[in-house]
Every structure is written in C-alpha cells, then in structure tokens.
Design a protein. Structure first.
Length: 650
C-alpha cells in the first residue's frame, strides 16, 4: 500500500468527532491515573448536585408552606426550617464550588496528556535512523495536524477541561430528567431527546468543520511558514532590505483565506442549527412549564414539587453547545494524528534494517560498489553505478560543482538513507547489515548547515560525546585541539554561556568561532569512539583564506583517522591524501593534488580557474596557473599567526 493510501485510510478513520473524543478519553488514565480518577469522581459529584439541589429546594418550599399553615412562631420554635435551609445552602455552595474544582483538576490532567502527546510526536519523528520522513511532505502534513496546525492550535489541555465540563453537563441533564420523570416520564424523555438530538447535530456540524480545516494541513503549514518568516530575526534583515514585509503579510493572508474557505462554507451551512435549537427548546420547555402550571392549579402537585420540577425542566438543557464543545472538537482533532504518526513514519521508508555491531569499524576501508540513489519521489538518480574507495585511516577529499551529488554521498555514508541499488561495504560487510544507530555513532560529521544550539557552549561541544556525559576532560581536550579554549575563556560565563542573543546573558559567536566550536564537537565525538570524520562544506560562509586555514588544521588534527572532506573549492583540499572529482553523480577523476594537476583534467582546469581570481595581473610571474596560488597555499600551510587569526575573525 502506498503512503498516500495509508494516509487517506488513517484520515478517514480519524475524523474529529466521537472517534477523536474517545481516543482522547482512553489516553487520560495513562497520563495520570490519580488525576483521571479525581476528574471522574468530580464530574459525577458535580453532575449530581443540580438534581439534588432541585429536590432539596422543593422540600424547602414545602416546609415553608407547612410553616405558614401552623404559624411562624411555632415553626421557629420547633426549628423545622433549619435542616431544609442548611441542606439547600450546602448544596448551593457545593454546586458553585464543584465545577471550578473539576476544571482545575482537569486542567492539570490535560497538561500531562498534552506533554505526553508532544513527546510521542517527537519520539515518532526521531525514532527512525534515516531522515526520509523528515523530507516527505505527506509526513510533514501529518506532523502539522498532530501539532494542531489548522485547528486554531487549541491544545489537548483545553480539550480535557472541555470534556470534564461537557461530561458534567450531560450527566446533570440526565439527573434533571430523572427528577422530572417523577412528574411525567414521557415529558422527561421528550426534553432529553430533543436536547441530546440537537446537541448531536451541532457537534456533527462542528466535526465536519474541523475535518475541513484538517484537510488543508499543507496550506496551513505554508501559512505558518509565512507567519514564522515574518517573526524570525534571521529573516528580518532581508525582509527589510528588500521591502518584503508587506509581501509576506499578504501571502500569509491569502493562504490563510484560501485554507479557511471550506470552513466558512461549512459554517454557513450549519448556521441555522443554533437558532433552530433555541426555537425547538423554547417550544418544548414552554409546553413543560404549561403542564406543570396546570397540574399545580388542579392540586395534583404541591408547590414544592412544582418548584423541583420547574428547576429540573431548566436543568435538562442547562448546558447548550458552547466554547467547551469547540475546544473539544479542535483540541481532540490532533489526537488520532498523533496515534497514527508512528505507522505513517514507518511507511515513509525512513526505517533502516540491520543488527550487526559496528564497533571498531572501519579498519580496512569503505567501498561504494555500483551505488545508485534516488530520493523518494524524485524524478532522477542522484548517483548511477557509483564506485568509490575510502581507505581507513586516510583522508579523502570529494570536490565538485554544486549539484554534483556531494551532500547526497555524505547522507549515504552516514546511513541517513540506503542506496536505491548497489551496496556500501565497510570492511567487506554490507552497511545495510549493520545496526544503523551503532554505525551513526561511528561517524562524526560537520555539515554546511551545522546546528547552532541555543544552549551553553558545554552542550554545543558535548553533544558530540553525549554518552560520555559531558566529561569535563573530554570537553577541554576537544576544545583545546580545535583552538576554541581562548574563545570559551573570553565568554562571560565560560562553559555555561548560552550561545544565543535570544536569551538574557546569551552571546553569539562569529562565523569563524562557530567553526571552531563545531570542530570541537566533532573531535569530542572522536574521543567518544567515532571512527569516521566528515566535513560537508561547513566553511562555505568563510573567505578562502579562513577556509584553507580551517581545513589545514582539521586535516592535521585528524591525521590517522578516516576522514572525508566535501568541498566545491578545489584549493582548500590539496592536503588530503586522495582527491576525487564528482560530476553528474559519478567519479570522473581520482588522485592526489599534484598528480591531478599534472594530468591536466577537470580538476586542474577548475583549480586554475579558481586560482586565477587570486593572481596578480600586474605580476607576470603570477599567472593563472598554479605558481601564484601554490605560493599562497604554502604560506597558509605554514599556519602563520596572521592566517590563524583570520579564522577567528571570520
């Protein structure tokens, strides 16, 4: 079954309404059994109080009527009013207190469940070893629905409070109907059926409306993108420089209106239900009051009974559809999506098999053997019949123009995806047979878009060796080898300084400083046992000199470790033991720097083309060839203080 078919089936079974509501109710005991029991007990107690209050009020009226007949002085002497008055007062206070208490406890329970569901969403998306699901629009739509996108972002917490309130009202209606049945059972049944029937119609209309909103999850996700873009500090610069602020606002408004169009249509279709409910209820209740009045006039019921039954008539329909029903409809709509998310993710192809241990690998090398790869849903192969050898303990540089497939190569090497065909061998063992999590812990990678964690610098480095528990010795050694010790010492709170200006006392770093922190993170991974280091163009934002200094230092520090360097700048990888050139998903050339230059092929052409930008046209000896650039290379390789400082300043 295709992923689309699975999603359609899941969505069909998880439309908001009774299914979503009962799915939420079933989860409540698991969130907190004591709180769930307290809510259930509170609901039953609060629901019983209106009926008991009606009966007690009727008894009080009868007592007052009896007192009038026997004389007030005698009545007070016998204190016959004390118990009825105290009972009514106590029930009245209890009825006023019970509702708020139930809502407070339900709110606490709802917070637990909301947190639990969000944790399930995170667990479902982080469970696969691969990342195919994180780049799959269908899965992202499901995640958006699971997070409440398109349903006014009403939370399960609010829905839980609404469930407790509505459940109290429904049970109270039944209790009031039971009191009224003492007068005419059929009248109680008619009132209860009318109220329940109209409530069902209104709830069903709400369910259809919520379903219409959920059906536009992708458009709402796009709307959220424009909203977040307008609020993002990172995007703020360009939005102002290019005058895009109003355009982003207009796109947000247009997409939001388009997504809401069906909602407005459904709401117009059901707009008659509210007034119709009021009219029908008015007629039925009016008839009930008329019957009660006639019976009282005829002496068939006492004044106290009239009072109790009249209160019961109002109690049957005391809780019309309102904000709590809306919160239930919107808040529970995400629950089926959360429960279905693990299977949807599993169907996306992100799960990777393999159970063999990866400890100590590689000792001989890694080989791409006839590898072809196409992204799920892609129209063409990124690789086709690719062969590549990566000797263990040596450094390999992979160069090529943008779009040549270098980053996809890294994803396969890290086993974030499996090849479409062919195989990747690690010391002769198919990578697909290895435990993917175990292999990924053998790989340390610094990507072009490596994460700047809005966390203390200790975390930004220590995440490379999370299993070592942020061992201070490991952190200090990694920072020292990466040349980041001085950066950390200069921070206001040292290792505990949060690396983000979005937090009080937080500090941001320069590009070059972040590069050193990222390098320290990778080196911490080596300390924790990583056997393969990968650099996927993490220095693309640096100038050529700072980048060359970065690579020189990295290759020097990782000598003897299996290292893969990805770059589109040919001049920065000359120190690698072996260099391969990628073109159109294939390896077109391989060798060392000097051998590739001597061969006069694609590498030599691209190297000289890039080097020409640094040649001095006034110096006849500094041609567009390798002479002038090689001199600069040697200067950088010497690691002068000026160039090393350039990395810090970048």
């Amino acid at each position: 079954m295709s992923l689309g078919a699975v999603l359609d089936a899941r969505r069909a079974r998880s439309r908001p309404g009774t299914g979503a509501v009962w799915a939420t109710v079933r989860l409540l005991p698991g969130a907190s059994a004591p709180l769930a029991a307290a809510v259930a007990l509170g609901v039953v107690t609060a629901a019983a109080l209106p009926a008991l209050l009606a009966l007690a009020t009727g008894a009080l009226v009868d007592s007052v009527e009896a007192a009038v007949g026997t004389g007030l002085q005698s009545f007070l002497t016998e204190r016959r009013l004390v118990v009825p008055v105290a009972t009514v007062a106590g029930l009245f206070v209890a009825a006023r207190v019970a509702g708020p208490v139930v809502r407070v406890v339900a709110d606490a329970l709802g917070r637990r469940l909301d947190s639990q569901l969000q944790a399930q969403v995170m667990a479902a998306t982080s469970a696969p070893a691969g990342i195919a699901h994180l780049e799959d629009p269908e899965v992202l739509d499901q995640v958006a629905v699971a997070q409440g996108v398109g349903t006014s972002r009403v939370t399960v917490r609010e829905a839980t409070v609404g469930l407790a309130s509505v459940a109290t009202g429904r049970l109270a209606s039944v209790g009031s109907a039971a009191v009224l049945a003492g007068f005419r059972w059929w009248l109680a049944l008619v009132l209860l059926v009318v109220h329940t029937g109209m409530h069902v119609l209104l709830t069903a209309n709400l369910a259809n409306t919520v379903a219409a909103l959920r059906g536009h999850a992708r458009r709402f996700r796009r709307t959220s993108y424009f909203r977040d873009l307008g609020l993002s500090p990172a995007a703020g610069k360009e939005l102002r420089i290019f005058g895009l602020g109003s355009w982003v606002g207009e796109r947000f408004d247009a997409d939001w209106r388009s997504a809401m169009a069906q909602f407005w249509v459904d709401r117009r279709r059901g707009r008659w239900l509210g007034p119709a409910y009021s009219v029908v209820l008015l007629v039925v209740q009016g008839g009930a009051f008329a019957l009660l009045g006639r019976s009282a006039v005829r002496g068939e019921i006492s004044l106290g009974e009239l009072t109790a039954y009249a209160i019961a008539v109002g109690g049957v329909a005391a809780v019309p559809i309102g904000i709590d029903d809306l919160n239930i409809g919107y808040g529970t709509a995400s629950v089926p999506a959360v429960l279905a998310l693990p299977q949807v993710v599993a169907t996306s192809g992100a799960g990777l098999d393999g159970e063999r241990p990866a400890e100590g690998l590689p000792t001989k090398g890694i080989r791409f053997e006839g590898v072809s790869f196409r992204y799920p849903g892609g129209r063409g192969d990124v690789f086709y019949d690719l062969d590549l050898d990566i000797p263990a303990g040596r450094s390999l540089a992979v160069v090529g123009n943008n779009g040549a497939g270098k980053t996809s190569l890294v994803k396969l090497l890290c086993r974030l995806y499996d090849p479409t065909s062919g195989r990747i061998l690690v010391d002769g063992t198919d990578l697909a047979e290895l435990d993917p999590r175990a292999w990924q812990r053998r790989v340390a990678a610094i990507f072009q878009d490596f994460i700047h964690y809005d966390l203390p610098v200790a975390d930004n480095i220590g995440f490379g060796a999370i299993e070592r528990g942020h061992d201070p010795e490991v952190l200090a050694q990694a920072a020292g080898r990466a040349g980041a010790t001085g950066i950390i010492d200069a921070l206001p709170w040292g290792w505990e300084t949060v690396l983000s200006r979005r937090y009080r006392s937080g500090v941001d770093l320069s590009g070059g400083q972040w590069q050193r922190v990222a390098m320290a993170r990778a080196l911490a991974a080596v300390e924790a046992g990583a056997g393969v280091l990968v650099l996927d163009e993490p220095t693309a934002a640096l100038d050529v000199r700072a980048e060359a200094a970065f690579y020189d230092r990295f290759l020097q520090l990782t000598r003897g470790i299996t290292t893969v360097v990805i770059s589109h700048r040919f001049s920065t990888v000359r120190r690698a033991d072996r260099i391969v050139v990628m073109e159109n998903g294939r390896i077109s050339e391989a060798g060392d720097h000097h051998g590739l230059l001597a061969s006069g092929g694609r590498y030599a052409h691209m190297f000289r083309l890039q080097a020409a930008r640094f040649a001095d046209p006034a110096d006849p000896t500094d041609s567009a060839g390798s002479a002038g650039f090689t001199h600069e290379d040697d200067h950088l390789a010497a690691g002068s203080a000026d160039e090393r400082g350039g990395l810090d300043r970048a």
